[in-house]
Design a protein around this ligand. Structure first.
Ligand code: NAI
Length: 480
């Protein structure tokens, strides 16, 4: 029986391995992690991450051919194929701080693999890593002095949170990069055989190592670039009276461009886009390509601009001050159908409003109060470390309360801001909300999900990103 071990039981390791176990009953899959609480959660009824369909998959395989364990060494020792899906945060100190990927966790995983292995293994990069990481990993593994042979493969993950299980069941492509030697090609074939049990062969792409590593960074940069492009347009739409929904629809019907990923919003978030672009920027700089670095940096700058612009709109519309005013925040996760808050635009928007002394009442169907307080007090990039190594919040933000219902959040509020596109926010009883708010009552829709005309009829002053401005807002320019 082929044995797979995955180091890192996070958003990627957990779902990908659960799907491999489901689709390959003849393979034994162990997912291991240094975080005791995370493994305990994977073994419980309350999984550590929320992802539609995940629970069902885990329940079908757990205890049969899918195991979650903290015994990292044992499972690595036994495995034929070792996936490494550990955190690759942005460095906060030293060379490349604020840009380069911090490979501390990867390196320690590689050293551990070298230490405990007694047989040849295929080691698979599942984490997103800088180009040429495989070369460094190879050096660590091959200098083990034990004569054991390791083949390194790059198999970046393209799943999107919120649709991870569907993406894994039916991926656009699986990408496998390896050495162009006979041993490298044999390793590629072994991993291909795993995926081929449910993915059509023509969707399994094989490349050299560096192309696979770079393709993941490039794909995320292209995706984020589309969002920043439409967000840049949204500012121009507001200035000119165009409607960004109409513009993006017209643009997206061009088959060369396509309609996906063209929604204007308060900005992109998630654990990957910013981190991976910063990493790409750093690699460009290191390779003497400052113009290319500058081009990609702009994608992040526009994203920061969009979040700042939203905060300024809120404050400027409300007579240039939100001090002591209650502002309801609907949605904190970085997108719907996930409880993940990593780099969510809600963090910067909330911090911006708190900077202007607002009182915030936050509701998100999947995010806990503890997580929100942690996010609002943590330093930039600190979130991307194993949970037990993250700094504890030294204090809570007193001006923030977290409630479990949109109606409680908006009661007596001066304004409500929609920061995540949860479906339930589309069907709220906005008349009831309006009746219970202070007047004038403001709606700031950072996801373009409400019916602007209907809300204006109720009596709200409405701002919806990139849409023609409410007459109220026209006289209150918000310069970012
Ligand atoms: P995560 O933070 O949810 O999970 C990483 C896990 O690795 C943590 O549970 C941590 O405790 C564990 N870990 C760290 N060092 C370890 C070690 N030495 N031994 C054992 N366990 C260790 O991170 P996530 O989101 O799963 O991301 C992992 C990688 O996959 C990152 O490189 C990320 O960029 C990439 N990725 C993430 C995607 C996403 O949607 N979250 C999508 C595609 C790629």
């Amino acid at each position: 029986m082929v044995k797979i071990c995955c180091i890192g039981a996070g958003y990627v390791g957990g779902p990908t391995m659960a799907v491999i176990a489901l689709k390959c009953p003849s393979i034994e899959v162990a997912v291991v992690d240094i975080s005791v609480s995370r493994i305990a959660a994977w073994n419980s009824d309350q999984l550590p991450i929320y992802e539609p369909g995940l629970e069902d998959v885990v329940k079908q395989c757990r205890g049969k051919n899918l195991f979650f364990s903290t015994d990292v060494e044992k499972h690595v020792f036994e495995a034929d194929i070792v996936f490494v899906s550990v955190n690759t945060p942005t460095k906060t100190r030293g060379l490349g701080a604020g840009k380069a990927a911090d490979l501390t966790y990867w390196e320690s995983a590689a050293r551990m693999i070298a230490d405990v292995s007694k047989s040849d293994k295929i080691v698979v990069e599942k984490s997103t890593v800088p180009v040429k990481t495989a070369e460094a990993i190879e050096k660590i593994l091959t200098h083990n002095g034990k004569g054991i042979k390791f083949q390194i493969l790059s198999n970046p993950e393209f799943l999107a949170e919120g649709t991870a299980i569907q993406d894994l069941f039916n991926p656009d492509r699986v990408l496998i990069g390896g050495r162009e030697t006979p041993a490298g090609q044999k390793a590629i074939q072994a991993l291909k055989d795993v995926y081929a049990q449910w993915v059509p062969e023509d969707r399994i792409l094989t490349t050299n190592l560096w192309s696979a590593e770079l393709s993941k960074l490039a794909a995320n940069a292209f995706l984020a670039q589309r969002i920043s492009s439409v967000n840049a347009m949204s500012a121009l739409c507001e200035a000119t009276g165009a409607n960004v929904k109409q513009v993006s629809f017209a643009v997206g019907t061009d088959s060369r461009i396509g309609p996906k990923f063209l929604n204007a919003s308060v900005g992109f978030g998630g654990s990957c886009f910013q981190k991976d672009i910063l990493n790409l920027v750093y690699i460009c700089e290191c390779n003497g390509l400052p113009e290319v670095a500058e081009y990609w940096k702009q994608v992040i700058k526009i994203n920061d601009y969009q979040k700042g612009r939203f905060v300024n709109r809120v404050v400027a519309s409300m007579f240039n001050t939100v001090a002591n005013k209650k502002v309801a925040i609907l949605g904190f996760a970085f997108k719907k159908d996930t409880g993940d808050t990593r780099e969510t635009p809600a963090i910067d928007v909330c911090k911006g409003l708190l900077g202007d002394k607002a009182r915030l009442s936050i509701y998100d169907p999947q995010v806990t109060e503890e997580q929100i307080q942690r996010d609002l007090t943590m330093n930039k990039f600190d979130w991307d470390h194993p949970i037990h190594l993250q700094p504890m919040s030294p204090s809570t933000v007193k001006q923030v309360s977290v409630v479990w219902d949109a109606y409680a959040a908006t009661k007596d509020a001066h304004a409500l801001c929609i920061l995540t596109e949860w479906d339930e926010f589309k069907t709220l009883d906005y008349q009831k909300i309006f009746d219970n708010m202070q007047k004038p009552a403001f709606v700031f829709d950072g996801r373009n999900i409400v019916d602007v005309e209907k809300l204006r009829e109720i009596g709200f002053i409405v701002y919806s990103i990139g849409k023609p401005l409410d007459p109220w807002l026209k006289d209150m320019p918000a310069v970012a």
